[in-house]
Design a binder for this molecule. Structure first.
Ligand SMILES: Nc1ncnc2c1ncn2[C@@H]1O[C@H](COP(=O)(O)OP(=O)(O)OP(=O)(O)O)[C@@H](O)[C@H]1O
Ligand SMILES: [Mg+2]
Length: 249
């Protein structure tokens, strides 16, 4: 599904502050895999997601998504495959617009899996049903500006909105870092359910090693722009919390 071949990315090339953000990374992520990425600050995690999303381009190497060569393809031409959730809950939705209008916008942007805009009432009913499944009571607030919601509520809705699109790949860059522990737990549980329901290929970047242990079918540790560890299957499921901590020496 996602194929990174000998990918290199250097910032500020030739300057005193030159940094090799991604150093010859080879990575193959299969359809339906849920990959968790851990690693110290500055190890290249966000840069890796940026390279997949296409908002930065590699200096060398090739990238394939769903068998399509996309190495030089700009971000907006990949967005049909990719949904992205950021650390900041304010990104990804329009705060002044109501919940329902945000869903309408999202549905208009691409052809939609679960939604046809169709008649207004019909659209509302579908969205309300979907929102009910979040179990947060937000279905009664769909006419309210989304900016009036809490970060956790907003992050849950952003997730729902993005996966109801045509996307096949979900990129989550510390999506719960700005949330309180309970909301963080709730949002991750929702993300995990949606990944399963829509059979998405997902990458979750997190500094929370408990989450890194609990979620995903594969875990990768990055360090200095390289893949240091790559563990999947039963080995990933059996990984103990303290073993994960030991990765960070
Ligand atoms: N646009 C940029 N211009 C210059 N340097 C950059 C740029 N983006 C990233 N870097 C540098 O590349 C390295 C990797 O950064 P990146 O954001 O990928 O790290 P990260 O693993 O996501 O860290 P964190 O855990 O703090 O989010 C860092 O040294 C960073 O300063
Ligand atoms: Mg980062």
């Amino acid at each position: 599904m996602i194929h990174l071949n000998n990918i290199h990315k250097t910032f500020s090339t030739g300057k005193p502050n030159e940094v090799i953000a991604i150093n010859n990374v080879n990575l193959e992520i299969k359809a339906g895999e849920f990959v968790v990425i851990v690693g110290s600050n500055g190890s290249g995690k966000t840069t890796l997601l940026n390279l997949v999303a296409g908002n930065i381009l590699p200096d060398a190497g090739t990238i394939t998504i769903d068998s399509n060569p996309v190495t030089r393809l700009p971000e907006h031409k990949r967005s049909k495959w990719i949904a992205r959730i950021f650390q900041n809950p304010l990104l990804g939705t329009a705060g002044d617009l109501s919940i329902i209008d945000n869903f309408r916008l999202a549905a208009l942007r691409t052809q939609n899996k679960g939604l046809t805009i169709g008649k207004n009432d019909q659209f509302k009913a579908v969205v309300r049903n979907k929102i009910t499944t979040l179990g947060m009571g937000l279905e009664d607030k769909i006419e309210q500006p989304i900016g009036t919601l809490s970060g956790g509520q907003r992050q849950a809705l952003t997730l729902l909105m993005s996966v109801m699109d045509t996307c096949k790949i979900l990129l989550l860059d510390e999506p719960t870092a700005a949330l309180d522990p309970r909301s963080a737990e709730n949002v991750l549980r929702i993300a995990n359910n949606l990944i399963k329901e829509y059979n998405l290929t997902a990458i979750l970047v997190t500094h929370n090693l408990k989450d890194a242990g609990n979620y995903g079918s594969r875990i990768i540790q990055m360090g200095e722009g390289a893949v240091l560890k790559d563990v999947a299957g039963a080995e990933k499921q059996n990984l103990k919390q303290n073993e994960l901590y030991d990765w960070f020496g």
